[in-house]
Ligand binder design. Structure first.
Ligand SMILES: Nc1ncnc2c1ncn2[C@@H]1O[C@H](COP(=O)(O)OP(=O)(O)OP(=O)(O)O)[C@@H](O)[C@H]1O
Length: 678
């Protein structure tokens, strides 16, 4: 992976923290809106070599600013094109980085009214060096991402941003497009509903936004396609330099895997990594296309005449179309469905059709029995039950006899998230919550976590955890707290673990006459709109923990003055990261905010962490006794750690099995992604 321009693996510890900024950079231009980090305050604080390097780079970037600010858009674009030229001529990205990042910052300032903060530049440098940048929620990861995405796009090999859902991919891409456009960089978006053509176009763009899932499925579909076209010769898809062009017929949509920036890295690289991405079989439409092509070839094969349209190779006995035969193929009417089949494939289907028409005869070479073709053994004259001709001959005969065509259901293909992302030559990630997963991220993906300081000091206040005997008494207390916050005019965001619990809580709020919105994870786009409003005075929003992720909650000044948003976590999630994501909805960008964790002895986390027997005992205790349960608070966090460790083990086991399987299959000469056991 690494060249002189990257040094992803040099940190020995799992997390490296960049010291927090404290005052304003005296040299920055007056026009900018943010308060820059004083470089001096970072020096002499035991900063690592890497951080010192970044500090020097910050100065280099800043030095470009007075010049760029005076240039017009056309000059900026030309500068960007010149950078691309230099990158393609072999200049290292590391040496181009200061100018490139300065350009991106200037483009952001002009088009989006957002000039990258110093901490975002630091985050961007960490990303360029193959790290996971841990940036608190609301610190502007979307804008930070533009830096390494642009830098890597200069090489013209594709620069991918993988996020968790279609909505975020589209939103972020559209949001950042004006910035990229100023730099002459094209942006593509892959969405679940995109067809192959749209996907290809998106991947051909300089920068492509999409979900990890779609990237994985496209990788697998391409591989299946190449296999179908006999073009998977070696394990070349992951070299980042793949050239898929050439050959007829359908082409793969991706053009290799060069750089990927994973947003919400811990969710994608860790939480989602427990289940591999699997394509079960050939899609219905592709299957139907194959069937139709066999039928089409069988219908027209009798029209082809030896030596006029085709010849029989004396050595191989293969049928080979000649010029007029090919012309005849091209001029034949084709049903709509097979219009997209490549010519080379059509010639092959036709040659097969002719072969079957000329050389395979009913009741001599085969018989039809119970709607099946059964081969007659040419030596013994007996029926060879269960045997099939290969290379599509069997299917061509079925087509000729007007029988159901036994196109194989398709080779199941699978890839783990780990494999998918490790195939990228350069990998980086962003997250708000990597702390607990730092060792795992480093071990599996070789991506050290760098903790980037916040632009403004955080002011989020944690309130004491409260423990109750059962869910009902917990919910009653929660409703009381909502009433109290409501009275103060502060907005409240409540996170629940499941939809039915959010509905129950909603009913209880309703009974108290508290106006509120209920969200669950089904309608991401609508949710985003509601979550955005959730910071308004007196708003109460009940959501499952997934809801509103990645959405910025706008807090009006007067609400902010009264303490900002209050977040209520009704239960611990299996993963502490998800809890922190919810908490991160308040106190964004140094705003005020507070949060409280509510717990009860019948919470799922106890069952998941300690097992059903112990959990039942506590549940009983909670139901029977009316006393205080505050002393149990620590037990809940321990349960959560147990569950996290179990999930970690599951992921390691999956990784181990996958590794072993792949090794074995490679030894057998199989493709580990396509020749998958069911
Ligand atoms: N340099 C900047 N100047 C001005 N505003 C900025 C800047 N960077 C980010 N913002 C603003 O900060 C807000 C949060 O940005 P963004 O949604 O990218 O944060 P995030 O880190 O992705 O948060 P989350 O983790 O919740 O997804 C946005 O409203 C954005 O406009």
């Amino acid at each position: 992976m690494s060249t002189s321009e990257t040094a992803p693996n040099e940190a020995n510890d799992s997390i490296e923290s960049v010291p927090a900024p404290v005052a304003q950079d005296a040299q920055a231009p007056e026009s900018r809106a943010d308060k820059d980090v004083p470089l001096k305050s970072w020096l002499g604080m035991g900063a690592s070599t890497r951080i010192r390097r970044w500090q020097r780079n910050l100065q280099k970037i800043a030095a470009w600013e007075p010049l760029l600010i005076k240039e017009n858009n056309e000059e900026i674009r030309k500068r960007s094109l010149a950078l691309r030229y230099r990158a393609k001529s072999g200049e290292s990205l590391a040496s181009l980085m200061p100018e490139a990042y300065a350009l991106v910052r200037e483009a952001g300032r002009r088009t989006l009214g957002m000039r990258h903060y110093q901490v975002q530049m630091i985050g961007g440098m960490a990303l360029h060096e193959g790290c996971i940048s841990e940036m608190q929620t609301g610190e502007g990861k979307t804008l930070t991402a533009t830096l390494p995405l642009y830098l890597h796009s200069l090489l013209g090999k594709g620069s991918h941003l993988a996020t968790v859902n279609d909505y975020l991919a589209k939103r972020d891409a559209e949001w950042m497009t004006p910035l990229f456009r100023t730099l002459g960089v094209s942006v593509g978006i892959v969405q679940t509903e995109c067809d192959q053509g749209q996907r290809r176009e998106a991947y051909n763009s300089d920068i492509t936004y999409g979900t990890a899932k779609e990237f994985g499925f496209d990788f697998l579909r391409d591989r299946l396609l190449l296999r179908a076209q006999n073009r998977v010769q070696s394990d070349f898809l992951g070299d980042g330099e793949s050239n898929f062009s050439g050959g007829g017929g359908d082409k793969p949509v991706m053009r290799g895997v060069h750089f990927c920036l994973v947003d919400e890295a811990d969710s994608i690289l860790i939480d989602e990594a427990r289940t591999p991405l699997i394509i079960g079989s050939i899609e219905d439409q592709v299957r139907e296309q194959i069937v139709q092509t066999y039928l089409w070839a069988a219908r027209h094969a009798p029209e082809f005449v030896e030596n006029e349209h085709f010849e029989i190779n004396p050595d191989t006995k293969q049928i080979e179309l000649i010029g007029r035969g090919r012309q005849q193929v091209r001029s034949l009417p084709r049903p709509d469905l097979i219009r997209t089949v490549g010519l080379v494939d059509l010639y092959e289907f036709m040659e097969r059709g002719i072969k079957v028409h000329q050389e395979f005869f009913l009741d001599r070479h085969y018989v039809v029995r119970d709607d099946e073709i059964v081969i007659v053994d040419e030596f013994t004259g007996r029926l060879a039950e269960g045997r099939k001709w290969r290379d599509g001959i069997h299917q061509a005969i079925e087509a000729k006899e007007g029988m159901e065509i036994s196109v194989p259901t398709g080779q199941a293909a699978r890839i783990t998230i780990q494999d998918l992302f490790l195939r990228y030559k350069y990998l980086a990630g962003m997250t708000g919550t990597a702390a607990t997963s730092a060792p795992e991220l480093k071990k599996i993906y070789r991506t050290p976590v760098v903790r980037v300081p916040t632009n403004r000091p955080p002011q989020r206040i944690p309130l004491k955890d409260l423990v109750f005997g059962d869910m009902h008494s917990k919910f009653v207390a929660i409703v009381d707290e909502v009433v109290e916050m409501n009275r103060l005019g502060r907005p409240v965001l409540i996170g629940t673990r499941s939809i039915d619990k959010s509905e129950l809580l909603s009913q209880m709020l309703e009974d108290k006459g508290i106006k509120h919105e209920v969200l669950n994870a089904n309608k991401v786009a609508e949710e985003a709109a509601i979550v955005e409003e959730a910071g308004k005075r007196g708003r109460v929003t009940v959501a499952t923990n997934m809801a509103g992720r990645g959405t910025d909650i706008k807090v009006p000044k007067d609400v902010e003055a009264e303490g900002g948003i209050h977040v209520i976590c009704t239960e611990l999630h299996d993963s502490a990261r998800v809890d922190r994501q919810l908490i991160g909805r308040c106190g964004r960008q140094g705003d005020q905010g507070s949060y409280r964790q509510y717990l009860s002895l019948d919470d799922d986390i106890l069952k998941n962490g300690y097992g059903p027997v112990k959990a039942a005992r506590w549940k009983q205790l909670g139901a029977d006794s009316g006393s205080s349960f505050q002393s149990y608070a620590a037990m809940f966090r321990k349960a959560q750690q147990k569950v996290e460790r179990k999930h970690f083990r599951d992921r390691m086991v999956l990784l181990h099995h996958e590794r072993e399987r792949k090794k074995m299959q490679r030894e057998l000469g199989q493709d580990p992604y396509l020749d998958t056991p069911d």
